[in-house]
Design a binder for this molecule. Sequence first.
Ligand SMILES: Nc1ncnc2c1ncn2[C@@H]1O[C@H](COP(=O)(O)OP(=O)(O)OP(=O)(O)O)[C@@H](O)[C@H]1O
Ligand SMILES: [Mg+2]
Length: 248
Amino acid sequence: MIEVVDLHKAFGSNNVLKGANLKIEKGETLTIIGRSGVGKSVLLKHIVRLLEPDSGYIQIDGENILDFDRKQLMAYRRRFGMLFQGAALFDSMTVDENVGLSLREHTNTPEEEVKEIVSEKLRVVGMKGIENLKPAELSGGMKKRVGLARAISMNPEFILYDEPTTGLDPIMADAINDLIIRLREELNVTSIAVTHDMTSAYKISDRIAMIYEGEIIFAGTPDEVKNTDNPVVQQFIRGEAEGPIKAV
Ligand SMILES: Nc1ncnc2c1ncn2[C@@H]1O[C@H](COP(=O)(O)OP(=O)(O)OP(=O)(O)O)[C@@H](O)[C@H]1O
Ligand SMILES: [Mg+2]
């Protein structure tokens, strides 16, 4: 289990996280929702210690990840696959090189086997046979899928998805949703997704947590989210300009 405890993070005078608390249970898919710029990506980055908090901490199975030395941190990060916002593929590298990057850099897997694993992961995301293409030759949806193939290349226990469906057409978005559900079922992964796509959040999530003004103000099942009388949550999930959240 991952536990985020009283996380504070400021960039200069910009206080982004102001005491965020969140528990992620093994095997669940938890989605973090909230407005643009509220700190969703920042929170996700803290979970793999790509950012360090000003105060507060993150525990995995009772161990504080801030206490990890370099070697422990590397081992910890290897348990994660991360689909970055915008896929973050390397433009100069082929799909094969992108997906096989960690295997080639961090393991001694023979080249022949790496190629097999890359093909298999591409098959899982429905992108078989595109090994030799470059990112510039892919559509947005294809890039997300390749990013996902890379995220699962090392058989992670946890997958972090940052905006997996943003910018995709509704059908491709739904295909990505199905893929996220299938990965949980087939690979038994624990997932943390960040999104403002409520259709996706309802479909993929066991629980949904909302971040607002630096804190997690609500966490519950999709039904609990829909039925809460919290006015901030209601305004957000209905996408209304009027309400306690100021539009600008
Ligand atoms: N490395 C950084 N240095 C300085 N400020 C940062 C850094 N990363 C994020 N921020 C700031 O922190 C705030 C939260 O950013 P974040 O990327 O987490 O937003 P978000 O909720 O993911 O938004 P979106 O939905 O648009 O992706 C923003 O004000 C952003 O400018
Ligand atoms: Mg973001």
